[in-house]
Design a protein around this ligand. Structure first.
Ligand SMILES: [Mg+2]
Length: 237
């Protein structure tokens, strides 16, 4: 029986892609004005800085998502004033968080799940601070009983540690958890590998067709029905 419903955040609870596009625009305008760097040059240098961060860290961890770190490296590498790192990071995150819109249906779904008695949790890659800011802006935080971030467990999805810590915090067995996320590899296969049930949220239809064994959900209106199906038959309804 499913007792805990766990969610990824980005592109699951809100539209990351649209919010990121707005934040990236703001960042490009800033570097054009203050660093006299055109969009193409900035995009290339940003990618290089990300590669350096990844190589230096050596493992997938929350610091990979630290934008201030990658801006610092970009500025150092090109002999530019370091004070821009903090401004750029704040500009990016402030714009993204301000632009974040809840996924259709989720704001109706969360109170229904809560009222039905499910334990609600978050399992997410990233640092806690910005994930808390996103959930606060989206007015979702009051519905959740706990969060587990890759910062907290020092391992990114699909690391089992992150999923097992979710189950531990929920106080239930992994098989009593349902994990919902937009990434097949990170969310769905990661959760299943930890012994949980999983739903793939809104995958591109052509990708979903390549994985008919994976249960999908395209709108949160259908989640309560899916939960009933899992409890009654452990199979697709
Ligand atoms: Mg995601």
């Amino acid at each position: 029986m499913i007792k805990a419903v766990l969610f990824d955040i980005d592109n699951t609870l809100y539209g990351y892609d649209a919010a990121h596009a707005m934040a990236w625009e703001a960042l490009c305008a800033y570097v054009q004005e203050h660093l006299h760097m055109d969009r193409e040059t900035f995009t290339r240098r940003h990618r290089e800085a990300m590669d350096i961060v990844k190589e230096r860290l050596g493992v997938d961890c929350a610091a990979l998502h630290d934008r201030c770190l990658r801006y610092q490296i970009l500025l150092e590498k090109h002999g530019l004033p370091l004070h821009h790192a903090l401004t750029m990071s704040e500009l990016y995150w402030d714009t993204l968080i301000r632009s974040a819109e809840p996924t259709p249906g989720i704001m109706e779904c969360l109170p229904i799940l809560k009222k039905a008695g499910y334990i609600l949790g978050i399992g997410t890659d990233m640092t806690l601070e910005y994930q808390l800011k996103k959930l606060t802006r989206l007015q979702m935080l009051p519905y959740f009983d706990f969060l587990v971030t890759s910062e907290e467990v020092n391992g990114e999805k699909p690391d089992r540690k992150l999923f097992l810590t979710c189950a531990q915090k929920a106080g239930v067995a992994p098989e009593e958890c349902l994990f919902i996320g937009d990434s097949l590899k990170k969310d769905v296969l990661g959760a299943k590998n930890a012994g949980m049930e999983a739903l793939w949220f809104a995958p591109p239809p052509e990708q979903a067709a390549m994985h008919p064994e994976t249960e999908t959900i395209y709108h949160y209106d259908h989640l309560t029905k899916k939960l009933k199906c899992l409890d009654f038959s452990r199979k697709t309804c």
